[in-house]
Design a protein around this ligand. Structure first.
Ligand code: SAH
Ligand code: MG
Length: 200
């Protein structure tokens, strides 16, 4: 069984805090990893690696879990490489340095985890659902966007933030009305959407 490097986990959390890297909350990551274990998920595609904190936590769930993950920010990508090495997970975590909307991904995944630019969620979903096995699941993070999604528009001062919140609501509506997927929303961490492909 995989041995978790707890010093590394702590160091990644500290780094994220100090450098404002928005990694998943403890509550969010614990739901996600339990979900992976319970549903025997083995092949994962992640959009938004940051420093590979969630990639490593997902890979730790079992020895035969494989993660492919995409990051477009160079500084974070380089940090991710270091962390994956320290975790000794180079053989199970495949790091891709690119814009997720530009890169072509081959292969089928049991789980697609979308945790990148919130305004692009519909595009990520539409693009990567073709990489999902029949009956697979797409999980999206930050559906609450730090509580802003539940606020009245006029309470949000920044125009950019208002626009982003509007995009997240559009995405929520897109999921609610999607005929190929059944979506449930979880009030966990920063809000998760669990979308299960209806094909089986
Ligand atoms: N999943 C990580 C956190 C990801 S933060 C964790 O929980 O540990 C979101 C990341 O997505 C950022 O590092 C950002 O650079 C990246 N990102 C945003 N849009 C992207 C895109 N179009 N392609 C690739 N990466 C993207
Ligand atoms: Mg997130």
């Amino acid at each position: 069984m995989v041995k978790q490097n707890n010093d590394l986990i702590k160091a990644m959390k500290d780094y994220a805090e100090e450098n404002n890297v928005p990694i998943m909350s403890d509550e969010g990551i614990s739901f996600l990893t339990n979900y992976i274990t319970k549903n025997k998920i083995k092949r994962i595609l992640e959009i938004g690696t940051a420093i590979a904190y969630s990639s490593i936590m997902m890979a730790y769930t079992d020895d035969d879990v494989e993660v492919t993950t995409i990051e477009r920010d160079e500084k974070r990508f380089l940090e991710a490489i270091k962390n994956v090495k320290k975790a000794e997970l180079e053989d199970r975590i495949n790091l891709i340095y690119n814009d997720a909307l530009e890169v072509k991904i081959e292969g089928d995944y049991d789980l697609i985890f979308i945790d990148a630019a919130k305004a692009q969620n519909i595009k990520f979903f539409e693009k990567f659902k073709d990489n999902l096995i029949p009956g697979g699941v797409i999980i999206t993070d930050n559906m609450k966007f730090h509580g802003l999604v539940d606020k009245k528009e006029e309470e949000i001062e920044s125009r950019n933030l208002r626009q982003l919140v509007r995009k997240i609501k559009e995405y929520k509506n897109f999921l609610d009305t999607n005929k190929e997927f059944d979506t449930t929303f979880k009030d966990i961490g920063d809000g998760l959407a669990i979308s299960i492909d209806k094909k089986n």
